[in-house]
Design a protein around this ligand. Sequence first.
Ligand code: CJB
Length: 812
Amino acid sequence: MDLRQGIGLRRLGTTAEEFQQDLLSSLYYRRGTTIESASSRDAYEALVLTVRDRLADRRARTAAAHFATNPRWVYYLSAEYLLGAQLEQNLLYSGTGEMAAAAVKVLGRSLEEIEELDVEPGLGNGGLGRLAACLVDSMATRDIPAVGYGIRYDFGIFRQSLEGGAQGERPDDWAFQGNPWEFPAPDDRQTVGFYGHTEPVAGSEIRKRWLPGEIVLGEPSHMLVPGYGTETVNIVRLWRARGSEASFDLSRFSAGQYAEAVQEAVRAENISKVLYPDDSTELGRELRLKQQYFLCSCSLRDIIRRFRIRNEDWDDFADKTVIQLNDTHPTIAIPELMRLLVDENGLDWDKAWSITRRTFAYTCHTLLPEALETWPVHLFERLLPRHLEIIYLINMLFLREVEDRFPGDTDRIRRMSIIGEGAERRVRMAHLAVVGTEAVNGVAELHSKLLRETVLQDFADLWPAKFQNVTNGVSPRRFVKLANPRLSDLITEGLGGDGWLNDLDKLAGLERLTGDASFAERWRAVKRANKVDLAAGDPDALTDVMIKRFHEYKRQQLKLLHVITMYHRIRANPTGDWVPRVVLFAGKAAPAYHAAKSIIRLINAVGATIAADPVVAPYLKVVFAENYNVTLAERIIPAADLSEQISLAGKEASGTGNMKLALNGAVTIGTLDGANIEIRARVGEENFFLFGLDAFQAVDVQLGGYHPRGFYDRDAELKTALDSITAGTFGGVGHEVAESLLGWDEYLTLADYRSYLEAQDEVERAWRDRDRWTRMSILNTAHSGFFSADRTVADYAARIWRVAPVTVPRED
Ligand code: CJB
């Protein structure tokens, strides 16, 4: 099938010469410049367009194949996407890397130089956003018809810099120079309402007319999401808010009221201005809910538009559509679909509810009660009055169902209600998400079990079959092949082919190479070369990394207590036989999260004290790498020897950094939390450094009345470490960290300290035995194949989405 022929277009060339011709043509016609006067930006954009054209070809064939098949679609709704840099990935996925490297020479530049200009769209915070990016990659790789929907924030996650050792935050104007990967699609714009009031509709008790007080336009653009080793190219469609044409007030402008003239447009555009606006004020909270509704309303209308291209009957909607809610942020899509079906399309309530419930599925990513979103009822009433009415009706009917099953159990009804009746009435989004969906899943086995047995227990009692587990996964293309080309080549050679890149279980074949001394030697050489590239410190030192968002539950403070203890040990015995270590931290703290920011400050203060201490510095170095993002992760992960996964058990839903590090041959030191448990089960207990309380013991300790001071009093090294913070050894920084640890220590850092230190001692014993460590490292890679996002997607497809792949034919 050649779609271009139908409209008389020539085929894109497949040879290096043709690629170079196309590059020059892009430069000349689409950048309007010549080799002689091309800037580096011109060179970059010309290359992007040349690569993008090749993917656009596959995209056109994908769309045609999907149209012909009229398949069941997966729509992934997510407030976050951390897509990572696009150029290198798209060169790999379009098989044009070598041609591109040769072609750009004619522009007098190297591919590496050009890649430097490829800014990553930081449209997310952390694990959840990167997971979304890995899943869309794997959906395309598995030929699943899918669209990812999100928001095209003008400013992504803030840029972090260190200012005197403290976190500084600057805006991330990621698309300041434009984003050449994007296809704007203004014709598919949608209209979204806010505020206003509702009116009855004559002749109907259920239907209402909503008369919004504010209208905003949602304008989409999309980025291509190619599959690896297949023809499919799916899309991520991102919405940007705009004022309507009428939102510019010319008469005010003419009167010199320039700010007032554009205020309506500015208000509209604020919706897609920043990722997670500060929600410490009422206005900030309103803006967040506005964003959520904006994303959902635009996306649902787009989904319905797409459905109607090949279908007419609403009875088919739920058979052709599954909408996966990535956490609670897009939960407002549930009442919005009800509104679209009932109010705008005239369906009766029961039919609309049956369609809605069969269409949605919900992934929960947390266990922290404070992370389960709720919104004040009064906010809903003002911003989304019709949705609140619909939620009340959903809740009433739902609570009737509960009452039928558990007659007279008023306590249960109160607990399960979608409306929380505290001092302030609030809408519980997680409850709405469970009630309005067909399937609910956690993201690792322990997490899913704890959801069923604790946070969502009442719901699991009512609908046990609804609850499932789908363990997270990561893209082996991005996090092994692209991030770690040396290891990737060695694996391909060891396995005799690169089939592992989309069948990651094949890595198990590395196990037989653990006894091969020359393979082990090369394995070590790869790690060492990656450390040299990273340049964080001595490449022969144990590179110990903790890279993730800063949060007290993740316990960077525990890692820090270990570092401080090592500092004291070395000082007390300067001629001891110490294992040299480089301890590398990277991660951002939420701008308003003061406790997390204090930990960052203390890390840097400790690092500075150690660096200035001639006794300790030869053995211990603390590095804080600024502005952790996907690009930086791709540099650090290949160089890591030790992976710190030390959250308090029962708090980390899954973790995905743990998977990326294990796949790259880092050995984990960790608690029995999240996916650590599954990693340990696969790589083997002897290849994992376990410590600490398990989730059930942790709860017991907390219920038993936890006194962190008791641990401090009984453990001389712990006492020394904490005392040195308060005594000012680290420049007087960190009092509040010590105070919180000694005062309440919400995440049982002190309770796990001794066990953690013992595990670290074991790490050093293993490290000293070079062959043992290499074997552990190889086995971590060999047995982490399960953690491919391709497997995660296959699980969702089989058990939750029930979708079949659609093969996109190759070009004739
Ligand atoms: N997660 O990144 C976020 N943001 C949230 O708001 C809630 C959870 C993380 O999601 C990852 C993907 O499922 C998990 O691996 C991680 O444990 C969780 O904290």
